[in-house]
Design a protein around this ligand. Sequence first.
Ligand code: ATP
Ligand code: MG
Length: 232
Amino acid sequence: MLELNAVQSGYGETQVLHGLTLEAKQGRVLAILGRNGAGKSTTLKTIMGLLPVKSGQIAFDGKPIPARPFDVARTGIAYVPETRDIFPSLSVRENLEIAASRFGAEGADWTMERVLDLFPRLGERLDNGGTQLSGGEQQMLAIARALLMNPRLLILDEPTEGLAPIIVKLIHDKLQELKAEGLSMILVEQNFGFATSLADDVVVVSKGQVVWTGSAEAIKADETAQHTWLGV
Ligand SMILES: Nc1ncnc2c1ncn2[C@@H]1O[C@H](COP(=O)(O)OP(=O)(O)OP(=O)(O)O)[C@@H](O)[C@H]1O
Ligand SMILES: [Mg+2]
């Protein structure tokens, strides 16, 4: 579904990805794991067109991915950044309406009603401003907003970061529901248990390259890989 082939990218003169190759498959969850600074977020930003591809290729459904973020989103890839990027001066309702109006088509899978069904908590907070939300509510809003874009691929950067265990569990269960419905996902996580319980496939990134590829089951059983690449 999404293929990166020998991708090089970075920030200005600083190269971070040194020929990164991976594949996210249709209907599956791919976890991208790796230590701090390995290049996980840089990989996602490059996919989304927020950083330019210096060399190599990125293909979505066999076609070269567009260069600009808006066009990438239009091809059906939704991205929940580490920073969540809620509009702080807008209410929950307005944050959701913007996403729905930009990408929600007539007869689309994801409607306002359906995302509020998934996250009833947001329904209670519709008139609250973005800044009045807890970290967990912000994460729910960020995911809800991404779903309203009716993506075929949902990309999440550390969705559990800074959240209390009970909220981590809730986010886990919601992502599990989305997975059960067949939504394809790429998940970047520091939380090894969370990532490997949701993922089908795993790649480990170190210094801007993929150093391990296999199934979630395989990495759970491979203590050497965990120790070498993740410090678990
Ligand atoms: N805006 C930036 N300008 C310059 N260098 C950056 C920038 N953002 C990240 N880097 C560098 O790129 C490298 C990879 O960072 P990246 O954010 O992709 O890591 P990560 O794997 O997501 O780590 P973490 O688990 O801490 O989120 C790091 O060395 C980092 O210092
Ligand atoms: Mg990161």
